[in-house]
Design a binder for this molecule. Structure first.
Ligand SMILES: NC(=O)c1ccc[n+]([C@@H]2O[C@H](COP(=O)([O-])OP(=O)(O)OC[C@H]3O[C@@H](n4cnc5c(N)ncnc54)[C@H](O)[C@@H]3O)[C@@H](O)[C@H]2O)c1
Length: 327
């Protein structure tokens, strides 16, 4: 039985990863500053513990890393509204918090899995991206790049700590979605569309909707993430985690309407009207998944329609039960 420390363990990915480790019979310690709604089903679980504190606090990290066998660093400031609204917080938590986690893990000799992102590839047009692909980012005057920069800095810290003896795996996630994602109407595209869909309002597609993403169902991401922490060959590797099936944002909206039913239509809106002038979108975002398959032995097997149906069903049940949107 492992004791697994999950920073950001009360978040979307963290809560599902907690479920995954608990199902294996392991113990989970979640360290999180945020809402506890996504882990309320675990409150009384005998092998689950929540610590409400911050990765900005080295003392708590020291205590928890000493107790854990394995550390997953998922805590971070996520969501476009933060990249353009509070870049300081994004940079501070994602860079300095990561350094704190790595330092504590190194001190106690713990293996680390770091949650990085497909955003680090920026707008490199040469998809699919292998893990050694170039990072192509816009200027630092465009705030949206602060997230990609902060996560890339986190990766550099991981690699620097590796030289000091830390065993670390870097995972770059591609648009993971599923139940408990974000609050309706905020955060990522699936939850923004979801809020509109459940109200029967038009789904607001930014631009012409031809930009593509590879949507990865959360169970598939969790399988890869658990494997990354317990597979010897994953040590010291950078690995893309995601589906390599490309879907345009327009198609995503159309499929959500087809699966969810109701009167929603599509409404195309200018990018500036949503995120202001300080934003640049990425045209295509596609992983090369050969390392995930070869090293982690997992694949993103859930078809988009199935994952969307489960996700829409979950959000609909939450609403029907009168639970808060991000419950
Ligand atoms: N879901 C995805 O598609 C995706 C894609 C790329 C990367 N990631 C990365 O995976 C990780 C988890 O993402 P998620 O989708 O679960 O997002 P999330 O926002 O649901 O989870 C992040 C969690 O970190 C917590 N947190 C923020 N600041 C903290 C702090 N100072 N101390 C402790 N906890 C803090 C938040 O409260 C939240 O619960 C993030 O690091 C994110 O960058 C996710």
């Amino acid at each position: 039985m492992l004791t697994v420390l999950l920073t950001g363990g009360a978040g979307f990915l963290g809560s599902h990863l907690a479920d995954g480790f608990l199902a294996r019979g392991d113990r989970v310690i979640a360290l999180d500053t945020g809402s506890q709604k996504k882990i309320r089903h675990l409150r009384r679980h005998p092998r689950f513990r929540l610590v409400v504190d911050s990765v900005m606090n080295p003392d708590i990290l020291d205590v928890l890393a000493a107790r854990a066998d394995l550390v997953y660093h998922l805590a971070g400031i996520v969501g476009v509204e933060h990249y353009v609204g509070d870049p300081y917080e994004v940079l501070n938590v994602n860079v300095n918090g990561t350094q704190n986690v790595l330092r504590a893990a190194l001190k106690h000799g713990r293996r680390v899995v770091f949650a990085s992102t497909s955003e680090v590839y920026g707008k490199n047009p040469a998809v699919p991206w292998r893990e050694d692909a170039d990072r192509v980012l816009g200027p630092s005057t465009i705030d949206r790049w602060c997230y990609a920069t902060s996560k890339a800095a986190g990766e550099h810290f991981c690699l620097a700590f590796r030289r000091l003896g830390l065993v670390v795996t870097i995972l770059r996630y591609f648009n993971v979605y599923g139940p408990r994602l974000d609050q309706l109407d905020v955060g990522r595209v699936v939850t923004i569309f979801m809020g509109q869909l459940l109200r029967g309002a038009p789904l607001t597609v930014i631009g012409d909707g031809s930009q593509t993403r590879c949507f990865t169902y959360v169970q598939d991401a969790v399988a890869a993430t658990i494997a990354a922490g317990v597979t010897a060959a994953a040590a010291d590797q950078i690995i893309n985690v995601g589906s390599d099936v490309e879907t345009s944002i327009r198609e995503l909206a159309e499929r959500m309407i087809a699966i969810g039913g109701g009167p929603s239509t599509l409404r195309f809106v200018a990018q500036e009207s949503v995120y202001g002038a300080g934003y640049e979108d990425v045209a295509r975002r596609v992983p090369d998944v050969s390392r995930m398959t070869a090293i982690l032995g997992t694949r993103a097997v859930t078809p988009l329609d199935d994952g969307l149906a489960r996700t829409i069903g979950w959000f609909r049940r939450q609403r029907a039960d009168g639970a808060p949107d991000d419950a």
